[in-house]
Design a protein around this ligand. Structure first.
Ligand code: 0TF
Length: 259
């Protein structure tokens, strides 16, 4: 995944509300209800400690404040540490955090200090976006297309295969496709088959990955990818329902997965 920019996180609340209303319309459930069913637990009174990390490209100006907004919107208490990095880690634990959230350029993790559960954003994001795609009320069949088999895409493909969906995937990397076929039993998407999907989970950092040949009219595309893989004109022409949001959905999945 590409690194977020402060602009991506502008109007996070409005971006989330738009996605939330699409999720409810196309699946019949709210995001938090989906997470409750998925992980079998509800959030309690966990306190979330959020640590700014300066490594690599450094602080993204509104990243930790966005995480705090998400935790609070989910009804949790949260705080951003005054210090960064290791001093921030110490401060979060000293000040009573139950769950730590922190990210460098390679990994974004949630760690529950009470039960030891640990999750990456890649895994939690793959699971929730694929789950949303798989819950499409108007799906024509159990066939679902996964575009991109990197860390997010693979986690979603695995989740879908375990749920018994008929998973097809495409990725320019032959090794990724072979691994997914061997380990998960998923099929390679071939455009010559002229198969059109009503459920699509897209997980690439590229634009224009979704072509007209792949999708059915009024399909659902669920994607955390920035930029969006669905060209606007294709989305309009096929009247696609699109679930895409930069941070809220993935972080909600992370928090539910570690409680
Ligand atoms: O930008 C990213 C990830 C986020 C994935 C969300 N679905 N693509 N990671 C970099 C985060 C860096 C945060 C920074 N170190 C800070 O402000 O603490």
């Amino acid at each position: 995944m590409a690194l977020l920019t402060p602009e991506d996180l502008d109007n996070l609340s409005a971006q989330f509300e738009e996605s939330e209303s699409t999720i409810e319309r196309v699946t019949g459930s709210k995001l938090t209800d989906i997470c409750k069913e998925l992980y079998g637990k509800d959030l309690g009174s966990e306190k979330v400690g959020i640590i700014p990390i300066t490594a690599g490209n450094g602080i993204i100006s509104n990243f930790t404040s966005s995480l705090l907004f998400i935790a609070q919107r989910l009804g949790l208490e949260g705080f951003i540490t005054q210090h960064t990095d290791v001093a921030g880690y110490y401060e979060a634990i000293r000040d009573g955090a139950d769950i730590l959230l922190m990210a460098d350029d390679h990994l974004f993790i949630a760690h529950n200090l009470r039960n030891g559960k640990l999750v990456t954003n890649h895994e939690a994001t793959g699971i929730i976006y694929s789950e949303i795609a798989s819950r499409f009320k108007d799906a024509a069949s159990s066939e679902i297309l996964v575009i991109g088999l990197g860390r997010v895409g693979y986690a979603g493909a695995k989740h879908l295969a375990e749920k018994g969906f008929d998973v097809y995937a495409c990725d320019p990397n032959r090794d990724f496709l072979d691994k997914a076929a061997d380990e998960l039993g998923i099929k390679e998407y071939c455009k010559e088959d002229r198969k059109k999907f009503s459920m699509v989970f897209e997980a690439t950092p590229n634009a224009n990955t979704i072509t007209e040949g792949m999708i059915a009219e009024r399909c659902l595309v669920s994607t955390p990818g920035i930029p969006c893989g669905l060209p606007q004109e294709v989305g309009r022409k096929y009247r696609v329902d699109l679930v895409m949001e930069p941070l809220f959905i993935g972080v909600t999945s992370m928090l539910y997965s570690v409680i």
